[in-house]
Ligand binder design. Structure first.
Ligand SMILES: NC(=O)c1ccc[n+]([C@@H]2O[C@H](COP(=O)([O-])OP(=O)(O)OC[C@H]3O[C@@H](n4cnc5c(N)ncnc54)[C@H](OP(=O)(O)O)[C@@H]3O)[C@@H](O)[C@H]2O)c1
Length: 241
């Protein structure tokens, strides 16, 4: 039997998605609506049209995601805020976005942020030479083309890790499109064999972000995720069985 509106897990709760118009953001909006949450989305004015499919079901605030006044308005009364942190622009966009969410979300709200495996909380992650090379190349390229600032995404996460809010920073592996494989597996450390396949469906990354709202185990954690049907995740599950 289908759950009634009031039985759905999100019934009566409001969630803000900051960066709602991107691929990850739109998947999150879809999952939230499926679960009965009320949704407020923030995205750049020029991207509001990307949310047309949801137009009559969510509230959209068109603004840069580091616009403090817009974020203050968007997160008002929200039980959770899901934020897509991106290293775009040289204007401290990621850290400005994170700071606005940290400053204006109501006390006790669940704050869930997205980023990549390259972010480390305690320096204990173990990276493959391939990932180290990729990040170093991207950082060098970013300095030349000046449209991406990886260091600002690092600064954004430093501020989140230092905050006393109920945060979770979800560190995504390489992403791919495709139908859902279910909730990704996670580990505190990049380098853990369960993550070796380094591949998550974007739709499932969004699922993890949404599920984190009600997962107390993830409060003040920076889980690195990997698809649950990848080779390394299946090998780990088989070894445990
Ligand atoms: N791509 C990967 O392989 C990968 C791997 C690991 C982790 N992640 C993490 O996953 C999250 C989503 O990343 P994604 O790559 O999948 O992209 P995405 O979901 O499509 O999101 C990209 C976001 O960046 C915004 N954006 C694009 N250009 C911008 C600009 N010039 N100035 C400001 N904002 C701009 C987009 O806003 P508009 O809609 O307004 O353009 C959108 O909100 C990020 O936190 C990322 O760190 C990604």
């Amino acid at each position: 039997m289908e759950p009634t509106a009031n039985e759905r897990p999100g019934a009566g709760r409001r969630v803000c998605v900051v960066g709602a118009s991107g691929k990850l953001g739109r998947y999150m909006v879809g999952h939230l609506l499926d679960r009965g949450f009320e949704v407020v989305g923030v995205c750049r004015e020029q991207s509001v049209h990307k949310l047309d499919d949801y137009a009559d079901r969510i509230t959209v605030i068109g603004a840069q995601t580091d616009d403090r006044a817009a974020v203050e308005r968007a997160v008002e009364g929200c039980d959770a805020v899901l934020t897509v942190l991106v290293p775009w622009s040289m204007g401290h966009y990621a850290s400005g976005t994170a700071q606005a969410v940290l400053d204006y979300a109501r006390p006790g709200a669940r704050l869930v942020f997205s980023c990549g495996w390259h972010i480390t909380r305690d320096g204990k992650d173990v990276y493959s030479w391939h990932l180290r090379l990729l990040v170093a190349t991207l950082a060098r390229l970013a300095k030349v083309i000046r449209v991406v600032d990886l260091n600002d995404q690092i600064e954004a996460c430093r501020r989140i890790f230092a905050s006393d809010t109920s945060w979770t920073v979800v560190r995504g592996s390489d992403l791919e499109e495709g139908p859902s494989e279910g909730l990704p597996v996670w580990s505190r450390r990049v380098g853990d064999p369960v993550l070796a396949s380094n591949r998550t469906r974007r739709i499932d990354y969004a699922l993890f972000m949404v599920a984190a709202i009600d997962d107390e185990e993830l409060v003040r954690e920076a889980p690195a995720i990997n698809g649950r049907l990848t080779e390394s995740a299946l090998a780990h599950a088989a070894a445990k069985a």
